[in-house]
Design a protein around this ligand. Sequence first.
Ligand code: TRP
Length: 325
Amino acid sequence: MRIFSGIRPTGGLHIGNYLGAIKQWISLQESNECVFCIVDLHAITTPYDPKELQKNILDTTAVYLAAGINPEKSVIFVQSQVKEHAELAWLLGTITPMGELSRMTQFKDKSKQHKDYINAGLFTYPVLMASDILLYKGQAVPVGKDQEQHVELTRTIAKKFNQKFGKVFDEPETILPKTGAKIMSLTDPKRKMSKSDEPKSCISLFDSPEDITKKIMSAETDSGKDVIYNVTKKPGISNLLTIYSLLTDRPVKEIEKDFVGKGYGDFKKSLATVVVNYLEPFRRKQKELQTRDVYVKDILAKGASRARTIAETTMAEVRSKMGLA
Ligand code: TRP
């Protein structure tokens, strides 16, 4: 299968981003043709600092590489380096109903979040995302649950294009994380973990061991003292158990057993060790890659060149079907 996915280079990727998306890319990479994109054109639809963008792109690349994405096998590249994304987005915009775009919950959320930054690019964001996927004739898109609606819209657009102009695209399916796990905030386990909340609530992939330990030890827990998974009664402990389980690849039930008769403190100490060890390669890789700019840029240049080859072929087909060539 041809797999496509992307992440916005907004800086401060956290374990929620990692467990919700990137982790599953690694296993897909083994037996599929994967294209992984750093979607800078999407990142600029919300307020950002142009001086930080290149650094964030390199940091995101470091995360991809540290997580185990193999640039020899999968295509890793930066969206704006392949002009066809913007071109296809314009063309697909002409067959995307305004009504569909108005229904998108991410647009509604982001417009509320950034009231003085509601731009046309934010509104047509899902068309660009559809173009990302369809440009590579993506058949499956591993993303978090919040992006499901956009992939659905991508199917609608693909179907509409095929009906109107003749078959070019597959209708891609969503691949959701196996556990369906949403990682919640450490300080308010009823909300999703988000880097725009207070720093204590969120574990960045590049946090120092000291910070990780501090954040986990002070994470909001629940009344009682038993380490038991129960999202309604114990949202805090349940969230920590989910993280524990995903990072150790062990079922929650088994972890609960390890902590029978022990309290939250022991559990948190053990979790802190798990997280610190798990993230060690991320910190190491980021440090290493910070001194190897040329190497990283070379990976991205090669990736863009491989991506361009596919993108140009699709665009030739699209232009011809639409009567533009
Ligand atoms: N919209 C996605 C997000 O916010 C990022 C993204 C852009 C993406 N283009 C994509 C994800 C294509 C998957 C496929 O997380």
